[in-house]
Every structure is written in structure tokens, then in C-alpha cells.
Design a protein around this ligand. Structure first.
Ligand SMILES: C[S@@+](CC[C@H](N)C(=O)[O-])C[C@H]1O[C@@H](n2cnc3c(N)ncnc32)[C@H](O)[C@@H]1O
Length: 275
């Protein structure tokens, strides 16, 4: 199991070590840092990441964990459900960008009993799991295959969305793609609509030891050096951006945006469309 320097096991993206897995490589003359890591041959690495999520074993491992390995997940999901409930989506539509096996989508459909949900993901085995999980909701749940790094190519059902959310997904995109994904999500919601992103934020090297003190309070097994942390991210295909950058991208997309919940390096960013 890969570890990201925070005691978190990441079964979904454990990569075989013998097959030239991309490692964190510092740019010439610079120390290893998430901002200057070269993901060797990025397109190849990206294909490997895509390939990992396409594997039934990866999907099965994620399904078995149920996201339970992440100590902040339950609190942030609960807050997401409360925000959606209060948002008066009614019988409107919500979009789940990176629906995975449908764990969050299922809770949203239960919380919003008249709403419809569209879930997008690029992994067929994850979509198969989501299809099974969401079947009981009938036509209220629609699933689409789509790559969030190319949002313009995603073919969604023609409708407006009262809310769009994404959980533990956008950190797989590079920064340019993340900014484009935020803009795409903002473009889908009506004025006044809600955009919620629950995801990783980058831990700066200068604050790594401080972050570990905080993280050990929710995961006593958190250990390792900053280099271990960076290597774990690269191995898992995780490319978290800073909190500031993510908020800036939301604002640039026409959202009033803030971080409503943050523990350690796990943030819940909330945006409202203002124009
Ligand atoms: C860690 S899982 C989270 C799934 C779900 N949001 C949840 O919280 O239960 C990440 C999901 O993001 C999907 N994903 C990663 N990169 C993607 C991309 N570029 N386009 C679409 N889906 C992507 C993966 O296939 C996977 O289902």
C-alpha cells in the first residue's frame, strides 16, 4: 500500500514498483517540493494514472475502503449534504464531478429526495459500481463517461444544475486542468448556484512538520519525511494545489468563494455563482 506521509493508505492507486513508476524528481538545482516536482514524462504518467483507475482491482479496492481511510471525509461529506439540503435544489439537478463508485452520490440522492443527479467519471469499473449502487434511484441518477481534464468534450444531459460538487477527484488534474475544471463547473450552475469541492490542498515544505503535528491528531500513524510525502503523491498521481490557488480559480470563474472547512490538508471549498 502506498503511504502519503500521513499514515493514509491509498489502495486505489498503489502502483507496481517494478514498472518504472514516475517518481518525484527535483528540477535541476532545486529541492523536492510539490511545486517543482517533475512527473517524469507527464503524459505517460497521466496515462498510467488513467490506467490505474480503469483497473477493476483499483475500483474494487476503493469500494472496499469506502473512503474510510480519510479521517476528514465524514465531517466534510456531512457539511456538503447540509449545504445541498439548504440550497433548495428541489426537483432540480446536481452534478457529481468524479462520481467514482457513487458513495457520495448515493448520500446526496437520499438527502435530496426529488432531485436528479448526474455523475461523471472516466473509469468504467468505477461507473459500473456506481450504476449498481444507484440503480434503486431509477431515472433520478444518470451516469456519464467523461474526462475532467477535457471538460469541453464531456457530453452531459442538457440541463442546468442547481449545484455541482466534486469529492477527492480534482487533485488528479494538473493546475491548468484544475482551473479549467473549476470554470466548467461554475459554467454549469445557474446564478446563485452552488459549487462545492472537497479535496486535498498542498502542504508546503516549511510547514510540513507543523502539518504532521495536526494530522497525527486524526491519524496517529502519520509519519515520514517531506520527501516521502512528495514521493507518495507522485506515486499515487496526486497533484494537490494550494488553497489560495484553488480559491483564486473559483473566483476567476465568477464564484464568490471561501473555504468553509479545513483540517490539515483537506479542504472544503464552497462557491456561489454571482454572475
Ligand atoms: C478517490 S475517487 C473519489 C470518488 C468519489 N468522488 C468519492 O468521493 O467517493 C476519485 C475518482 O476520480 C476519478 N477521476 C480521476 N481523474 C479523473 C478525470 N480526469 N476525469 C474523470 N474522473 C476522474 C477516478 O476514476 C475516481 O473514480
Amino acid at each position: 500500500m502506498a503511504r502519503s506521509g500521513e499514515g493514509r493508505k491509498t489502495p486505489a492507486l498503489t502502483l507496481p514498483k517494478k514498472r518504472g513508476v514516475s517518481r518525484a524528481v527535483p528540477l535541476p538545482g532545486r529541492r523536492i517540493h510539490p511545486g517543482n516536482v517533475v512527473h517524469r514524462a507527464r503524459p505517460r504518467g497521466y496515462r498510467r494514472l488513467v490506467h490505474q483507475w480503469q483497473r477493476p482491482e483499483t475500483a474494487a479496492a476503493w469500494e472496499a475502503s469506502g473512503g474510510a481511510g480519510l479521517p476528514t471525509r465524514a465531517a466534510q461529506q456531512e457539511l456538503l449534504l447540509a449545504l445541498l439540503h439548504e440550497s433548495r435544489v428541489g426537483d432540480g439537478s446536481v452534478l457529481d464531478a468524479g462520481v467514482g463508485s457513487g458513495l457520495v452520490a448515493e448520500a446526496v440522492l437520499e438527502t435530496l429526495p426529488r432531485a436528479e443527479l448526474v455523475g461523471v467519471d472516466f473509469s468504467p469499473p468505477m461507473l459500473d459500481l456506481a450504476r449498481d449502487r444507484l440503480r434503486r434511484f431509477g431515472s433520478r441518477a444518470r451516469l456519464c463517461s467523461g474526462d475532467l481534464s477535457r471538460p469541453a468534450e464531456i457530453e452531459l444531459p442538457r440541463r442546468r444544475y442547481g449545484a455541482v460538487f466534486s469529492v477527492q477527484t480534482l487533485h488528479h488534474l494538473d493546475d491548468t486542468e484544475k482551473a479549467a475544471a473549476f470554470a466548467w463547473m461554475a459554467g454549469l450552475v445557474d446564478p446563485g448556484g452552488l459549487v462545492v469541492v472537497i479535496d486535498r490542498v498542498r502542504v508546503e515544505e516549511a510547514l510540513f512538520a507543523d502539518w504532521q503535528v495536526a494530522w497525527r491528531r486524526v491519524d496517529p500513524a502519520a509519519s515520514g519525511t517531506y520527501a516521502d510525502h512528495v514521493a507518495g503523491l507522485a506515486e499515487a498521481g496526486d497533484r494537490p494545489a494550494t488553497l489560495g490557488d484553488q480559491l483564486d480559480w473559483m473566483k476567476a470563474a465568477g464564484l464568490a468563494a471561501c473555504c468553509l472547512h479545513l483540517y490539515g490538508n483537506r479542504a472544503m471549498l464552497v462557491g456561489r455563482k454571482t454572475r
